[in-house]
Design a binder for this molecule. Structure first.
Ligand SMILES: [Zn+2]
Length: 113
């Protein structure tokens, strides 16, 4: 099975070990593969795009501007990568305004009355 192992931790530069990330997220993540969840004090694995399913760990706020972690992995990943930082919220809002956010498959189902 493929894992995204940081180069500094012995991972390879092969495409099967790489994940697309912007410079800022990549810098925040660094070599970390896990982080401490504040509530529990437990060491928790960061979201691994090669092993984990996005929807099992994250959902969007009602207005789609904030990412919400629904598991310990989701929460520590948001915290570690600062995925709700002001700059990203601004980008999400601008993308929302022109229909580029959220991804179609993430649109909340319309709630029955
Ligand atoms: Zn990023």
């Amino acid at each position: 099975m493929d894992h995204v192992i940081p180069l500094s931790m012995g991972g390879s530069n092969d495409s099967t070990n790489l994940a697309l990330a912007c410079f800022h997220c990549n810098r925040r993540k660094g070599r970390a593969q896990e982080a401490i969840e504040p509530e529990s004090g437990e060491k928790v694995a960061l979201f691994n795009p090669r092993l984990d399913t996005w929807r099992q760990h994250f959902r969007w706020s009602e207005d789609y501007l904030h990412l919400i972690g629904i598991t310990p992995t989701g929460r520590v990943t948001i915290e570690t990568l600062a995925l709700n930082r002001e700059r990203i919220i601004g980008i999400r809002a601008a993308d929302y305004a022109v229909g580029r956010h959220p991804p179609l498959e993430d649109i909340h189902p319309i709630k029955p009355d």
